[in-house]
Design a protein around this ligand. Sequence first.
Ligand code: ASP
Length: 321
Amino acid sequence: MKTILVLHTGGTIAMSEDQTTGKVAPNSENPLLHQGHLFEKDANLVVEDIFQLPSPHMTPREMLLLKQRIEEAILNEGVDGVIVTHGTDTLEETAYFLDITLDHQVPIIMTGAMRSSNEIGSDGLYNFQSAVWVATSEEAKNKGVLVVMNDEIHTSRYVTKTHTTNVATFRTPTFGPIGLIAKNKVLFFQELIEIEKFDIATVDKNVYLLKAFAGMDSTLLEALNTPATDGLVIEALGAGNLPPATLPALRQLLDNNIPIVLVSRCFNGVAQDVYDYAGGGKRLKEMGIIFTNGLTGPKARIKLLVALNATTNHDELEKYF
Ligand code: ASP
């Protein structure tokens, strides 16, 4: 029987609803800790309550600690798979961080819940069961960190939370999930073409994320033009364009060697250097702004944070993206 390390980090999956007020809050003890017996036939679960955090409290520091704990378990404790339970708000950022910093074949699965443990139709235990099945599946090996929720298996690179409350919140725009859980069967039907890995020991860079809007000027960009800023990601308009009033501040940031990475604020599709007008993508790229494809703003920010650990050289950063 396979041994699976389960790392609980908090989130709704570990919370309960106050039946009078409807407010959802953390418990003194994670309710999933009492459900281990349900999976005795599937796996030998080694369970640790590593954090008890709502996921808006998660920072790259906790992500790095998780990475180090998982690495230790794979290298020195011989676990066959890992499950991380996590709040859904920032689950995709932790998943992508682990995906690009852990270089191992064993299945690493992240899951969570949209309804807390005592709500009618609570999805936590169900998602956890799916995560156990995927974590013990031979086919889940060598696929990076996978997000398992609501009977679907997504890559951490492209998955995103799309709904504030619906249990079908995790989606992979443009590409779709790579697998399904159909009753008790785990079925994969797609694969990522290329897997990226970075060796990382620290996460102490300041990387910011801004969203572009019609009429945007230089104010926010100027505020970020300080020696404390190590990098910036902008969710640009459409295929990757910005209002012309942002250009002077963008130039100053680039002159100060602050790397700027551009993604699209569109929910589907990729950013491209197509348009040749003031603020158009072609001109932004010529200025030295780095384009990236398919990543959301929060994930491009994680990638820049991690990549800056390896290099601050513009050309190398561009190659990574
Ligand atoms: N706000 C919660 C969190 O991210 C939502 C959830 O767990 O789904 O911790």
